[in-house]
Every structure is written in C-alpha cells, then in structure tokens.
Design a protein around this ligand. Sequence first.
Ligand code: ADE
Length: 229
Amino acid sequence: MKKIVILTLFPNVFKEYFNTSIIKNAIDKKIVEINVVNFREFSKDKHKKVDDTPYGGGAGMVLTLQPIVDAINCYKRAESKVILLTPSGRQYHQKIAKDFSLSNHLIIICGHYEGFDERINNYIDYSISIGDYVLSGGELAAMVLTDSIVRLYDGSISKESLLTESFENNLLDYPVYTKPYEYDKHFVPSVLLSGNHKKIDKFRKEQQLLKTKTNRFDLYLKYKKNIGD
Ligand code: ADE
C-alpha cells in the first residue's frame, strides 16, 4: 500500500476532500493510506510556537526548523521522498506527478502565511510550486499534489482513462460531447454520430492538436519536438 504523510498546521481542511470521490475510493480499497499530521504537536516550545521573526528584519514571521524537522524525522523511512510546498519551488506538472506516483512513501510539507527557514532545504528532496501565484498556505497545493498522484496509482481509475487524458504526449485532451444532440442551437459534430471509428479518431486527433495549439502553444511546441518534426 502507498503511503502519503501531510505535515500541516491545518489538518481539518483535508477531511472533506479526502472523504470524496477518487481519493476516498483509493483509501477504501487500501491502495493508499493518507496521514494528515499537525506539526505544531512536535514543537518543543512551551506554547507550541512554530514561527519566529526573521533575522535581518522584514515583514511577517518565519516557520522555525525544529517542529518541522522533528515531524519529518518521525515519519521518514529510507524510501521516503520529502516534498516541500512553496511558491518558490519548481513548477509542478503531470510528469512530476507520475514520478511521485512511483514512490511508495511521500511526505508533503505545507507552510502557512509565512515562509520556511531556508535551511529546511537540508531536510527535503523536492521543493514544489503548483503555479505562479501565492496561496495563503500549502494546504490547497497539498490537495492538488495528492489528488493528481493518487489517481495515477494502480487500481485508482481505469488505465484507459489515464491514457486519453490531457498532457499525455504533451497534448490536451480531445473535446467530448454528450446528449442531447442539439442544445440551444449548438450541435454535436456529426462525425461523432457516424459510427465510423476511423473518422472519429481522426477528428479527435485534429481537435486535440487544434486545442493544444490554441490554448497551450508551449505544449504544442513540445509535442512537435517529440514527434521529430
Ligand atoms: N504555498 C503558497 N503558495 C504556493 C504555491 N503556489 N505552490 C505551492 N505551495 C504554495
């Protein structure tokens, strides 16, 4: 069974999300065990303080090393990958999700409001950002990582669904349609009703390329490079 440990100051925010849909299903099927831990409990301060003022002055508080490092050491195994969530980390994407999904033991660390003492880098393996914006804390980012990783575990969802998803081969997913055939004078492309699977595959591939080129030219260029032209 895969194991994910999340170190946070706000464990309650995870409950509802992890109790829903694919993650709940993966937990129920014993594909993954997720342990959400309040690292404040590791603080040796008599008031359970976890932050302090920055050396050199400046705004805000900084998370101290002791509670986080003790929490990491408590859960760390030889095989663990320790991931720090911060807006100054490396940008997260599907290939990193795949790489993390191969690991049996992940420790994910969330900050809140304040930054981490830079020396935290001596105790982690990866520093990850989910995008170029600043969140109030790493909790949403931890949910993003956990969701994107758990759905890749064997048995979480069908292998076929994974193969046709966005970002496979650097392409976005093809557009899909369902009933009714006409809605408010908007029609489903007729080729999808033709029953001709060769034509349908061709149409989907064209649409996939067009969508990627329009919405994500950066990905489109990667796709072109990989197919060798
Ligand atoms: N914590 C705050 N902002 C973040 C971001 N963009 N990615 C990961 N962790 C964060």
